[in-house]
Design a protein around this ligand. Structure first.
Ligand code: PLP
Length: 382
């Protein structure tokens, strides 16, 4: 069984030792009986290990080609978890246009004196080289970036990061391992917010960290248990259920995203469309080479500033105004006031996030309905 599509459907099927249920049973128990006081069974305490979490971790590690995975309570706890691999005062390099929550976490961990951080435009080789010369311990990579969909060359960045002696970490939330395989491209760690495409139904919050080396997996699992940030059994059960349809959902959403990106380029009140699938996108060639699809996320800018962007969001009938992504339903968000408001305004501007930038997470609804909805919203603001 080698095709990932087959693996994700089959993950955990037929693993019920008691009744042979097809879907894995949900093990809610927080604690487990010990055979005797000096010997514990396979499971002892739910924070440390749980059958549902183990099945999901195995499926996610397999999908990414890692030595193992740690399934966490959120994407943010997955990111915070990897910071345990470095020492106090070590330098972390992150993309200047990374997810706002990542920017906030790293900035505040640095303010606490836990780490040092520098945000760099990783598509600028000179800027990245200058940052790497400062001997970072860990480099975060996010491609396509959130929300500007900038694409960086994972293989070449990982090679320079490794040569500089740092740990290369890729946040693969936007694409999932079905579209980008960071570990194959040289990353040490691939992490994701499983809240998004992996679960795909906007009904859990979760994260996962997949590491290439068994040593990293062991350290990460130790810290996840120690800090109590492992995911709940219920969330793991739901996430495994969502994971089974990832391939179908991604195909459908990506096809819609492609049509929407093409449509947006024809609109007079759209000043820019950011979708790596467009041949005009600056990162198109790299995306085509390193990804196996362009994904279902895109962003665009409307003329008329914050006021027009706000009215556009409110005129939509199908796209929900919400700050998440990767679900079966289409969503729109205004990063300026929503996902990226935790960043300082100056940092937003430096990253190129304008007041009139809108981000779409394209779902699996009928393409014609989505296009009609966008068209009527453009009419409403014209
Ligand atoms: N990484 C990226 C790229 C994200 O977009 C998000 C959330 O939107 C996260 C991490 C954080 O994930 P979570 O909300 O599950 O904590």
């Amino acid at each position: 069984m080698t095709d990932p599509k087959t693996k994700i459907v089959q993950a955990g099927i037929g693993t019920d030792p008691a009744h042979g249920s097809i879907a894995p049973p949900l093990y809610l128990s927080s604690t487990y009986l010990w055979p005797n006081p000096s010997e514990k069974g396979q499971y002892d305490y739910g924070r440390s290990n749980n059958p549902n979490r183990d099945i999901l971790a195995e499926a996610l590690a397999d999908l990414d080609g890692g030595a193992g995975a740690v399934v966490t309570s959120s994407g943010m706890s997955a990111i915070d978890l990897v910071l345990n691999l470095i020492k106090a005062d070590d330098l972390v390099i992150a993309p200047h246009d990374c997810y706002g929550g990542t920017h906030r976490l790293l900035t505040h961990r640095a303010d606490q004196g836990r780490i040092r951080v520098e945000f760099v435009d990783q598509s600028n080789t000179a800027a990245l080289d200058a940052a790497l010369a400062k001997k970072p311990a860990l480099v975060m990579i996010e491609t396509p970036s959130n929300p500007l969909m900038r694409v960086v060359d994972v293989k070449s960045i990982c090679a320079t990061v490794k040569a500089a002696g740092a740990i290369a970490v890729v946040d693969n939330t936007f694409l999932s391992p079905l579209r980008l395989r960071p570990l194959d491209l040289g990353a040490d760690i691939a992490l994701q917010s499983t809240t998004k495409f992996i679960n795909g139904h906007s009904d859990i919050i979760g994260g996962c960290v997949v590491a290439k080396s068994a040593d990293h997996v062991e350290q990460l699992a130790w810290w996840a248990n120690c800090a109590g940030i492992t995911a709940s059994a219920f969330d793991c059960h739901q996430t495994l259920r969502g994971l089974r349809t990832l391939a179908l959902r991604l195909d459908a959403a990506e096809s819609n995203a492609k049509a929407i990106a093409a449509f947006l380029t024809t609109q007079t009140n759209v000043t820019a469309v950011h979708y790596p699938g467009l041949s005009t996108h600056a990162g198109h060639a790299i995306a085509a080479a390193q990804q196996s699809g362009f994904g279902a996320m895109l962003s665009f800018e409307v003329s008329g500033g914050l006021e027009a962007a706000t009215r556009f969001c409110q005129a939509l009938k199908i796209f929900g105004l919400a700050a998440s992504l990767g679900g079966v339903e289409s969503l729109i968000c205004l990063p300026e006031t929503m996902t990226h408001r935790g960043m300082a305004e100056s940092a937003r501007r430096e990253a190129g996030i304008s007041e009139s930038l809108l981000r779409l997470s394209v779902g699996i609804e009928a393409e014609s309905d989505l296009l009609t909805d966008l068209a009527q919203a453009f009419s409403a603001i014209s």
